[in-house]
Design a protein. Structure first.
Length: 151
């Protein structure tokens, strides 16, 4: 059973990355373009307003990059930081716990993206197409190096 789960892990991480990236990009698209119900129940965020418009741009771009598995670790790091900033500046002053201050989504996105910083993109990532060396399904380069033997 453990062997089967171990072999499925890169695909589970890849699916996790795809879902998290899609959800995050959807938040950005809603705020910037008014799609999917718009920002805060309708409308868009005014262009250039701090921090809302910049947060939405990060959500859209970083979410799309994570979704595709393109520069996943860097995009996830930026996304995680933006959600930590959102939590501590917008939500945490209202109450200590996320359930009390409405910051559950910010906290969950923050930790989900931080996890992707450390796990990498998993399977099904675009980064694997651009690798100079073949990548394993986990998205990591094969660490075993072959040495040439001279006679």
């Amino acid at each position: 059973m453990n062997t089967r789960l171990h072999h499925a892990q890169p695909y589970a991480v890849g699916l996790f990355r795809i879902v998290i990236g899609l959800l995050f990009a959807s938040h950005g698209a809603a705020s910037l373009f008014g799609v999917l119900g718009g920002a805060h129940g309708g409308g868009t965020v005014a262009t250039g307003t701090w921090p809302g418009w910049y947060a939405a741009a990060i959500q859209l771009v970083a979410g799309a990059l994570v979704l595709l598995g393109l520069g996943t670790r860097s995009a996830a790091f930026v996304a995680s930081g933006s959600m930590a900033y959102a939590y501590f500046t917008v939500h945490q002053p209202g109450a200590l716990w996320p359930l009390q201050n409405g910051g559950e989504a910010s906290a969950m996105f923050c930790w989900a993206f931080l996890l992707l910083v450390f796990t990498g993109p998993g399977a099904l990532a675009v980064d694997g197409l651009f690798a100079s060396r073949p990548a394993t399904p986990s998205g990591r380069r094969d660490e075993a190096r072959t040495e040439t033997v001279t006679a």
